[in-house]
Design a protein around this ligand. Sequence first.
Ligand SMILES: [Zn+2]
Length: 423
Amino acid sequence: MSVAKIFANASAIVTCAGPQRGRRGMEMSDAGVLKNAGVAIESGRIAAVGDVKDLRPRFAGATEIDCRGGVLTPGLVDSHTHAVFGKSRAEEQELRASGVGYMEIAKRGGGIHSSVRDLRALSEADLIKLALPRLRRLLSYGATTVEIKSGYGLDAESELKTLAVIGRLSKLLPIRIVATWLGGHEIPLEQRDRPGGRAECIAKLKADTAAVAKQGIARFADVFCEPGVFSIEESREILAAAKEAGLAIKLHADELEPSGGAELAVELGAASADHLAAISAEGIRALAGSNTVATLLPGTMLFLGKNKNAPAREMIDAGAAIALATDYNPGTSPTPNLPLMMTLGISVLHMTAAEAMIAVTANGAAALNLATETGQIAPGFSADLSLFDIADWRELAYWYGDRRCVGSWCRGEPCHPMEAGLS
Ligand SMILES: [Zn+2]
């Protein structure tokens, strides 16, 4: 039996405790902040939350971890990343800023197809070598659960290679990694410009979902549903096949145009609809009346220099469940900093501090169908904890861009021991 640990001397514990599902609307306004409390963990689970004086006799012999007046939160959940890729696309940033459009960048060899060429040429070992330090950086900001999508392979072989890499990363890193198959990220060039290529692509993707499900190497299937990429009908077809094969569903929806992506996600019973900067009033109504989590990615809009943002306030007021994630990827959001998304959630999307906190914990977990496992500090949950060197819990979003995480634990094991002595 593993020795218990007691986390003591935190200035606050943000428990995010509550129903074991996505928090909708007003439910997001309570982050469950406790003062003068400690947390006991045992055998990888949270055993008790309460006064440290009461925990000590109950867990005699427990190792005590001194939180030194910092703030303890549930391990953060980054529920939308594309963290396995080849090289950076730094050169595109200034091209875009100087007014060069997406099509012109693609013509010069940039854009998503450059990441596809790049990933196809790399071995599993190469990709792991690139992804490991990037993920370590990501978890150094406090995430203990990270979703990673494939989607830069676009052919069956390269997509399976990416999923194999994600599987190996989950064994190499002490965090919880959730794999998503995103074979439908874009129509590959070899099929895009050929008569019949599009139909062939859809048919292949439908067949691939069965292979992915059979191998058990992804929990979710996702499609980039957007006019010009995959239409509503095509997305429905691919995701219905994925669902039939036994995969849970996610959807890149309504990022640029209100095409009915949010409504499709609800229709399919998706765990989440992601992006939503262009969601329609109908889409908001659909999400608000469902358990599908709206995952917002404000870092993407910031990095692309766009002023259009998802109407988070309207969505929460209507009763939707909101998550925030980094969208960590080489083209449109190369940041590993999840607390920065909380900053944008408050300052740009007009969320409250409690809503931003729930969005990167309980609701991030719900977007991954993990709401009964992680995302809150409550007895029975996985011992996933992050400790921040801040005096007031709201400072997590306030010191923006700063890295305040000084330790994190996943399933009770230290995964980001930045400071000596915290283990
Ligand atoms: Zn994405």
